[in-house]
Design a protein around this ligand. Structure first.
Ligand SMILES: [Zn+2]
Length: 466
């Protein structure tokens, strides 16, 4: 029972004192961590920028998949996996999840698979396939990397579960200011640029995991910003600012594992950007802020762990075959490739009308809720959901489970621009969503949060089915 729930005042005080004075007695969770290197063999085609013309030229920084396994006293687990990758396609996540469930009895709703969205990582098969015109050999190498990636992700989950040991969890929030809204209004419409007047979310949530002896075992942190400090002219493999932030924290806390999740940063870029020095500098600023939060007084996170996952359908705006017959004649090679994909779908009598979209909630007691959303959600989602759940320590992550395209809000859809329309060319999707997209996602969020005991408007329950 939690101190604040007790009805006997002196007993509440006694428990509160025990809590403060005795970390050994307060090990409510079991935690395990593991990491595995996922740096591709180089040279390898990189992902994120359509402008790149050749494969990588060496490794600036190793890439990692890391897993944090947590289990509450009732035996309910959650495993959070972070990767220094552009994005995981559904095909890879589904395969990993099926194997994890069969081997380790961790259900799909208890597994979070996320990507940092580094633009200096490898091409991941089926993600942003329109960017490439692979040779047979390229395709074989990308497929082989994808198959190996599945093995490595299953392995890292298994090793984190095998590492479970008593742990305490606590949460805090900081802020860092290098993310800027990139949707710049111009007379010709919204362009990717720098728009300091646009919405941002500078929140830096920090989950601290300490062992029985009080030592730091893991820190999970996030930020709503693209990992695009480095541009398409950079040809060395690396993790961008998130890679440097994680490395910096691990250097400052030997033996601890630092895990990064990208939050709702679809329309957020680092500012300034363009050089390796800046990527290191932004990573350093983020690591310093996480370090400051780690050394502050944090809020204890208590059991139980509850999880819920729903896959909803998002509707694309109506289209006809003629649209893509016309687009196939475009001088733009990326439009030609998208058109070919769409015409093939029409040929198979399965025109692409919708995409599946994962919405997941992970809640720890009444202390912390993680929403793990698919795709590249714009910052409006985090800002709206934080307003709708006041008083809750809420973390809204994007880039989880399946990165199928950008996820605009209704506002961004109405304004147009890359995050609303043009990104769908590179993602091989038919075009923009209908204006129902935001309401469909928020309705699904309300259902999964309710399933984990969090009601809209701040009311909440600690009971229910874990
Ligand atoms: Zn992106």
């Amino acid at each position: 029972m939690k101190p604040r729930e007790t009805r006997v005042p002196w007993r509440g005080w006694a428990l509160a004192l025990l809590w403060t004075c005795s970390p050994v007695l307060a090990a409510d969770f079991q935690a395990g961590v593991a990491r595995v290197k996922i740096t591709p063999p180089t040279p390898f085609w990189m992902s994120g920028y359509a402008a790149r013309t050749h494969p990588s030229e060496g490794v600036e920084q190793e890439l990692w998949a890391k897993a944090l396994a947590l289990r509450d006293p009732g035996g309910h687990p959650v495993v959070l996996v972070t990767t220094d990758l552009i994005g995981l396609p559904r095909a890879i996540s589904d395969e990993v999840a099926a194997r994890v469930e069969a081997r380790f009895r961790v259900e799909r709703r208890q597994l979070v698979l996320s990507a940092s969205h580094t633009h200096c990582g490898p091409a991941v098969r089926k993600n942003l396939a329109v960017l490439y015109d692979f040779s047979e050999d390229d395709r074989r190498r990308v497929d082989a990397y994808g198959a190996e990636l599945v093995d490595r992700l299953v392995e890292v989950v298994g090793r984190a579960l095998a590492d479970l040991a008593p742990a305490r969890l606590s949460v805090g929030h900081g802020a860092v200011g290098f993310a800027v809204n990139r949707r710049e209004p111009t007379p010709a419409g919204v362009k990717i640029g720098v728009y300091p007047a646009g919405p941002v979310d500078h929140d830096v949530p920090v989950l601290k995991v300490t062992g029985k002896d009080g030592s730091l075992r893991a820190v999970l942190f996030g930020y709503a910003c693209h990992n695009t400090t480095l541009g398409g002219d950079f040809y060395r493999i690396g993790g961008d600012y998130a890679g440097y932030a994680q490395a910096e924290l691990e250097k400052a806390h030997p033996g601890a594992t630092a895990l990064f999740m990208t939050l709702c940063g679809g329309d957020q870029n680092p500012d300034p950007r363009g050089t390796l020095d800046l990527a290191v500098r932004h990573g350093g600023a983020l690591a310093a802020e996480v370090g400051r939060v780690l050394s502050a007084t944090l809020t204890p996170v208590r059991p139980p762990i509850r999880t819920a996952l729903e896959v909803v359908s998002l509707d694309f705006a109506p289209h006809t075959r003629a649209v893509f017959e016309e687009e196939a004649k475009s001088p733009d090679v990326f439009r030609q490739r998208r058109a070919r994909l769409m015409l093939a779908a029409y040929d198979a009598e399965k025109p692409v009308r919708q995409t599946p979209y994962p919405v997941q909630a992970v809640r720890f007691g009444r202390d912390l809720t993680l929403l793990a959303l698919g795709g590249e959600p714009v910052v409006d989602y985090a800002l709206r959901l934080k307003r709708e759940f006041p008083g809750e320590s809420l973390v809204v992550a994007g880039y989880c489970h399946d990165v199928m395209c950008y996820i605009p809000s209704r506002r961004v859809l109405q304004e147009g621009g890359y995050e609303a329309v043009d990104n769908t060319i590179y993602y091989g999707q038919p075009g923009p969503f209908t204006e129902t997209v935001e309401d469909t996602i928020v309705a699904a969020v309300r259902r999964v949060t309710k399933a984990v005991g969090l009601e809209q408007g701040g009311a909440s329950s600690a009971g229910g089915r874990p």
